[in-house]
Design a protein around this ligand. Structure first.
Ligand code: AMP
Ligand code: MN
Ligand code: MN
Ligand code: MN
Length: 278
């Protein structure tokens, strides 16, 4: 059976390793087919493709787009995208645009909460100045010794109701699905188990996504519990979505699941790669 991992990050977004090092780790962990899916960025795809080619590792160009839907952030993964597609490139650039201003506001809130110099501190952890994310602030807060790990940071800071949370308007669901589809890719709802929607809202999300041309959901991901693998397998069957799998690996020692280390998809699903030439 193929070992497939279609969701992870490099230091082009909020991962720790450069794209080529992520490729090497995927290969070493036994991955056969690998996608790099940096947040709102495709500038790591070329290096990732070259590294995968040299390792004889199956490569899928990807991205994870930040979307605001019904007042919450949803992530839409795009797989098999043409990363040079102009509308996709421009759309992602626009989505990245507000991040620096948001980061300055986050730093202001953190200063008021007794965490000084957070903008500069987070910036030291950033691999791409266009993509300052909450993860970089979390690493700085750990470095300061204020929390033992980034998980603790995301319980006490940077989330709604806690210091350092600045709400942000990302792309619309319609835009993200259109950019991905226009670039020849497949749109996938990332880690649905992480969103705090009611059953009714989830129903509307899945219906709208499908109507817009969305094709797949992540069933098995580092963000889901084993119970949630089964829960979203049922959703995939009910809505006739293709099923995807990905570790969401961000870095050694930081992510719950390493590259290629998830169990295979539950039975009775159509994998998102069913019609890819692998
Ligand atoms: P941003 O796009 O700046 O809002 O940052 C979102 C990123 O923060 C996610 O992609 C995760 O890598 C990280 N993150 C968000 N919430 C958590 C959490 N509860 N635990 C660990 N990491 C988180
Ligand atoms: Mn992330
Ligand atoms: Mn995500
Ligand atoms: Mn991710």
């Amino acid at each position: 059976m193929l070992n497939v991992d279609l969701h992870c990050h490099s230091n082009v977004s909020d991962g720790i390793l450069p794209p080529a090092a992520v490729a090497a780790r995927a290969k070493a962990n036994g991955v056969d087919v690998w996608a790099l899916t940096d947040h709102d960025e495709i500038s790591g795809v070329a290096a990732a493709r070259a590294a995968a080619g040299a390792l004889d590792l199956g490569f899928v160009p990807g991205v994870e787009i930040s979307v605001t839907w019904a007042g919450q952030t949803v992530h839409i993964v795009g797989l098999q995208i043409d990363e040079t597609n102009p509308a996709l490139v421009q759309g992602l650039a626009a989505t990245r645009n507000g991040r620096e201003g948001r980061a300055r506001e986050m730093a202001g809130q953190l200063a008021a909460a007794g965490i000084p110099d957070a903008f500069e501190g987070a910036l030291r952890h950033v691999g791409n100045a266009d993509l300052m994310s909450r993860t970089h602030f979390a690493r700085y807060i750990v470095e300061l010794g204020r929390c033992v790990d980034t998980k603790e940071v995301f319980r006490n800071y940077l989330i709604e109701g806690k210091p350092g949370y600045v709400p942000h308007r990302w792309a619309s669901l319609e835009q993200a699905v259109a950019w991905i589809g226009g670039a020849g890719g497949v749109a996938v709802i990332a880690h649905p188990g992480r969103y705090r929607y009611s059953d009714m809202e989830f129903g509307v999300l899945f219906d709208q996504f499908k109507q817009m041309g969305g094709k797949a959901i992540e069933v098995t991901t580092g963000s889901h519990t084993p119970d949630q693998y089964e829960e979203y397998a049922r959703v995939a069957r009910r809505y006739d979505f293709l099923a995807s799998i990905g570790s969401d690996f961000h870095g050694p020692g930081e992510s719950r699941v390493d590259l290629g280390c998830l169990p295979p998809l539950p039975a009775g699903l159509t994998p998102v790669w069913h019609d890819w030439a692998l």
